[in-house]
Design a protein around this ligand. Structure first.
Ligand code: NFS
Ligand code: SF4
Length: 657
């Protein structure tokens, strides 16, 4: 089979992969091939470098050493490594959240050039929730107080993270009883890292509980703060139409890609791209304007709030450069390949790093100044315009593929709207689940990985779920995968969804797959679950709900942190590649079995996306049975009708009413 087709199921990607091969450009996929066989000790979690007596490794075949030099067992080593990864993931999301707090503070104090508080209603709501006095104060004063309070959430030494009180009472009680309710975000990460020092916590169960706690500090702390304060500062998303895939680049425009994660940067670039000075400069070099598009989660942020198109997800970052049409790629933090610079060098593309937290050898650094956000952003765009002049038209090859999509779904603007504008509540959603029109809700999230054909697992899983009347909510690169494949359109309901889900989508005008934002916005999904629970009729805890989570192409340590807060919040979670713990039977058992007794949620590892979807469906059915609502109105949609418009004839073939 053609190598490009093995590597991605996206036509635009395949076109670029073939181009890379023809031009001899080395990609992450090639480096993956060259890396085979990968280290089995690492994959199994059996390698330890935590002190200089090591490195130590445990022989999984039982013939060589069974403990490290200090006596650490496979259990300790695997659990300790996993905790370190969880901390990194939690830190990444949370440090992003902290930067949003700084931007809110700057805006409130009148010290920022480009930002202002766009969503005072949400500001007031969160201020009230946190007990911040608002009477007689203007929005900026309240913004400053809220910002300072939020900042304290990171360094808080005692007490509970404020947003943990949003969880159902039963869940809060579980967290308290198991001593995993997070205090400050920084405190949890530091304490957890401490416990992984050699000769500290050497009990696998205790280490995994620390994983849950560090994860919860992300989901109900850093990530939730990032989402809520981004909504306050930049405005809450609204339903928006846009497009995704490399075809959004334009030959006659200055093409600027923003790649990374923090909306503080990308929001300013959006504003700068509409600046008259920038427009005039574009005309001067013969370009019609700036075409802005995103890669990875920063793309999701500006898609959700401004409808800026998406160039692609994680594995598109190298491929985008091969179009020869990218004049500037601006990067900030997380998920940016250090290998990009070498590819860009073969084209006219300029890459600029902007964050003091992420510099890249061979890449020019133009530090983004939050206080001078607009000026900073304009400087970046001027560099793009200068690079445009060096573009070689003969090297330009933009794939045609781009797909329409609808995004911008949030707890506030979606689920509450299911009941119509005049009686916004979660009641209609809960009723649809109780009546058996909807089986449940699945969150399909996370990355791409070179280990799996790009996007294929996301698409297969999502199609299998919606066929079974499961409403799918998405974030991150998974949402982008579905966007590129046309699943984020209202019309997709008729093509892919079961009869019950299709009826709901048609009545409300929503797609069967809802794009809810970037990976920090998984906190929106947590809150949707909280609201479903609060609405009543589906149990008293998140673990009672017919819901499940999945990351079918995960690769990042952030995904591990997310996994832990989702599981620790009571939700069954299927991930594709196993966590690197299989070298320890005990740790594997704790993650895939024991956690459920404590938290109501657990992990499952399943690489086959259809089997993984079926595990999620079986879980939802078990929860439905426990709630006494096992009966579904419709049979699942027949596989043969998937991809064809749902008509009376084929809905009857699908089992019909
Ligand atoms: Ni999430 Fe977003 Fe994508 Fe994975 Fe990376 S961009 S924060 S980590 S690869 S989904
Ligand atoms: Fe080896 Fe123990 Fe040191 Fe790890 S902490 S490297 S297992 S001696």
């Amino acid at each position: 089979m053609d190598k490009s087709k093995v590597r991605s199921c996206d036509c635009a990607a395949q076109e670029m992969l073939s181009r890379a091969e023809a031009d001899g450009v080395e990609l992450s996929y090639d480096r993956y091939d060259a890396m085979q066989p990968q280290c089995g000790f690492g994959q199994l979690g059996l390698c330890c470098r935590n002190c200089a007596m090591g490195p130590c490794r445990i022989d999984p075949f039982g013939e060589g050493p069974q403990v490290g030099i200090c006596g650490a067992t496979a259990e300790v080593i695997a659990a300790r490594n996993l905790l370190r990864s969880t901390c990194v993931g939690s830190a990444a999301h949370s440090d992003h959240g902290r930067d949003i707090v700084h931007a809110l503070l700057a805006a409130s104090r009148g010290q920022s050039e480009g930002y202002s508080i766009k969503n005072p209603e949400k500001l007031l709501a969160v201020a009230k929730e946190w007990g911040i006095a608002t009477e007689g104060q203007d929005i900026k004063q309240i913004g400053e107080k809220l910002g300072l309070t939020a900042l304290d959430e990171f360094g808080r030494q005692e007490g509970n993270l404020r947003f943990t009180s949003r969880a159902p009472a039963k869940l809060q009680a579980k967290w308290d009883a198991l001593k995993v309710r997070p205090r400050g975000v920084d405190r949890e990460v530091v304490t957890a890292l401490h416990t992984t020092h050699m000769g500290c916590d050497n009990d696998a169960g205790s280490l995994i509980r620390s994983c849950v706690r560090a994860g919860l500090a992300d989901g109900w702390g850093g990530s939730m703060i990032a989402t809520e304060l981004s909504d306050i500062l930049f405005g809450g998303p609204a339903w928006v139409r846009s497009q995704a895939n490399l075809g959004v680049l334009k030959a006659d425009y200055v093409n600027v890609l923003v790649h990374g994660h923090e909306p503080t940067l990308s929001e300013s670039i959006v504003a700068a791209s509409q600046d008259p000075e920038i427009k005039a400069l574009c005309e001067k070099v013969g370009a019609k304007g700036v075409q802005l598009a995103g890669i990875c989660c920063t793309a999701n942020e500006i898609l959700m709030r401004h409808g800026i198109p998406i160039a692609g997800n994680y594995l598109h970052q190298e491929l985008a450069l091969l179009t020869g049409a990218v004049d500037l790629m601006v990067v900030d933090v997380q998920c940016v390949f250090p290998g990009l610079a070498k590819i860009a060098a073969g084209y006219h593309t300029k890459i600029l790093s902007t964050s003091p937290k992420a510099k890249f050898a061979g890449v020019e650094h133009l530090e983004f100044n939050e206080k001078k956000a607009l000026t900073s952003a304009k400087e970046l765009l001027k560099a793009a315009i200068a690079a445009y002049a060096n573009r070689k038209p003969s090297a330009v090859h933009i794939p045609e593929q781009k797909e329409d999509l609808v995004a911008g779904f949030t707890v506030e603007n979606t689920f509450k709207m299911l009941g119509g504008r005049y009686r916004p509540s979660f009641r209609p959603l809960n009723n649809a689940i109780i009546d058996g029109r909807l089986r449940g809700v699945a969150a399909v999230i996370g990355c791409n990985t070179v280990r799996i054909q790009q996007d294929s697992a996301h698409l297969a899983m999502v199609k299998e779920l919606v066929r079974h009347d499961v409403l799918v909510v998405q974030t991150g690169c998974s949402a982008i995968a579905c966007g590129k494949a046309g699943l984020l359109l209202p019309e997709a309901a008729s093509l892919y969804a079961g009869q019950g889900l299709n009826e709901i989508c048609e009545a409300v005008g929503i797609p069967p797959v809802l794009h809810m934002g970037s990976c920090v916005d998984n906190s929106r999904i947590l809150m949707a679950c909280v609201e479903i629970c609060r609405e009543g009729g589906l149990g008293e805890d998140l673990s009672d709900l017919p819901v499940a989570g999945a990351a079918p192409e995960w690769m990042s340590e952030k995904a591990i942190a997310i996994g832990f807060y989702v599981v620790g919040s009571g939700i069954y979670t299927v991930i594709a590649d196993p966590l690197p713990v299989l070298g320890s039977a005990e740790v594997t058992r704790i993650l895939t079995q024991d956690l459920e007794k404590d938290f109501g949620g657990k992990f499952a590892f399943e690489v086959d996306p259809i089997k993984a979807a079926q595990l999620m469906i079986a879980h939802m059915d078990a929860k439905r049975a426990a709630l006494g609502i096992a009966k579904m109105i419709y049979e699942p949609r027949a596989v043969e009708t998937v991809g064809k418009p749902l008509t009376l004839a084929n809905s009857a073939a699908a089992g019909g009413a």
